[in-house]
Write a protein that binds this ligand. Structure first.
Ligand SMILES: O=C(O)C1=C[C@@H](OP(=O)(O)O)[C@@H](O)[C@H](O)C1
Ligand SMILES: C=C(OP(=O)(O)O)C(=O)O
Length: 412
């Protein structure tokens, strides 16, 4: 039974925001590519982070976990010499980061995963494999990709308007190749702030990259990652849920965030200000796709019209998030017009109760929980525990803030 009934309640109290998933992926990877031993502190074992830890282990890194501390001895001390499989579970980051990273090693690499992951685009890599004569095999719609070959230093022409994760994966890998490389971005770049997270983590671990205004990146080969100890900062993507609850009338102290953070989802603060203003309300999703579902909940309850633009890429996440959030909020009485790459939302006074579907997407499940805080009647969320992907303790935190939840069987 994986359905939950929430009785509407405003939330109140303090919440410690979990560590940034994006920064945790990056720190674990940089530690694993270093020669020595690093301790990465403040790690939460969400399903996505477990996938990244198991990926570095499958490449030969030695990893021990002790509470929130993860100790990593780098891959390069004893790299895997034979074929291996990486189980990405549902993590797009793990898949797009490790396809190039694993190509530092010999042998055949197989990538498996579940949910929507096999449907999320990988063409950027297939184009590179074709150009470099690397053999690969994949199944359509199900993640079962096998790549046989090592990546060579090169000029990589890469689109920037599908996912920044391809570029991050290359940025981790190219400094360790024998020759020098260049990444040329051939389109507009979206999710740009995620590249800032990558570049800043690389710099901390001693890797030098020249960034020519995000149009090209120059990467010298034969560099060395230097092991270091690092503590992961709080996650703005997760804080966005509680900051949105506050916008809707809750009173939560959101603790553990770094206000100098480079995380793009820090824009939650700016977009809530926009919703609070009486002027034309336009939210640009290009740089902060992950906070758009919960911002849609806020917009649905904001007087007047709000437009969410540049949001087409939400369709290629764990589910079609543009469709899922429009459909589920509409069931609760929201007024949303869903267009190909934007939403037009006409604010309503309140939401009613009802049965909504998480679409097995953690950010939809959490957004619906936040919607419940401003609803008139009980809300039932189907498959609510998909939050394990990024925030396994979300509903515990929700309850500790006064959220009233009951497991329920909606078919009875
Ligand atoms: O690099 C990262 O850590 C991420 C990049 C973003 O993906 P896109 O670059 O595909 O937008 C974001 O949606 C994802 O949750 C995490
Ligand atoms: C899209 C997400 O992650 P990923 O792309 O790593 O699966 C997310 O966490 O919302």
């Amino acid at each position: 039974m994986d359905n939950i009934k929430i009785t509407p309640n405003k939330l109140k109290g303090k919440v410690n925001i979990p560590p940034s998933k994006s920064m945790a992926h990056r720190a674990i990877i940089c530690a694993a590519l270093s020669k020595g031993k690093s301790v990465i502190d403040n790690i939460e074992l969400s399903d996505d982070i477990i996938a990244t830890i198991s990926a570095v282990k499958s490449m030969g890194a030695k990893v021990t976990t002790d509470n929130r501390k993860v100790t990593i001895e780098g891959i390069l001390n004893s790299p895997k010499e034979s074929d291996f499989t990486v189980d990405c579970n549902e993590s797009g980051s793990t898949l797009r980061f490790f396809v190039p990273i694993t190509m530092l090693l010999k042998g055949e690499k197989t990538f498996i995963g579940k949910g929507n992951l096999g449907k999320r685009p990988l063409d950027v890599f297939y184009n590179i494999f074709d150009k470099q004569g690397i053999e690969y095999y994949y199944e359509k719609d199900i993640l079962n990709l096998t790549v046989d070959g090592r990546l060579k230093a090169d000029t990589f022409e890469v689109r920037g308007d599908i996912s920044s994760q391809f570029i991050t994966g290359l940025l981790f890998t190219l400094p360790l190749l024998e020759g020098d490389s260049k990444i040329v971005i051939t389109t507009d770049l979206e999710s740009k702030s995620y590249l800032d997270l990558t570049l800043s983590m690389l710099e901390k671990f001693g890797i030098k990259i020249i960034n020519n205004d995000y149009k090209e990146f120059i990467i010298k080969g034969n560099q060395e990652y230097k092991a270091m100890d690092y503590t992961v900062e709080g996650d703005y993507s997760q804080a966005a849920f509680f900051l949105s609850a506050n916008y809707l009338g809750s009173d939560i102290d959101v603790l553990g965030l770094d206000d100098t953070s480079l995380q793009g989802d820090k824009e939650i603060i700016k977009w809530i200000d926009v919703l609070n203003s009486s002027e034309e309300k336009v939210i640009d999703a290009a740089n902060c796709p992950d906070i758009i579902p919960v911002l849609t909940v806020c917009a649905a309850l904001t007087k007047g019209e709000t437009r969410i633009i540049n949001a087409g890429r939400l369709r290629i996440k764990e589910c079609d998030r543009l469709n899922a959030i429009s459909k589920e909020l509409s069931k609760l009485g929201a007024k949303i017009i869903e267009n190909e790459d934007n939403l037009v939302i006409e604010g309503v006074e309140s939401l009613k109760g009802g049965i909504v579907d998480s679409h097995k997407d953690h950010r939809i499940s959490m957004s619906m929980a936040i919607a419940s805080t401003a609803a008139k009647d009980d809300i039932i969320i189907k498959d609510y525990m998909c939050v394990r992907k990024s925030y396994p303790t979300f509903f515990e935190d929700f309850v500790s803030l006064g959220g009233e939840i009951h497991e329920c069987d909606i078919w009875r």
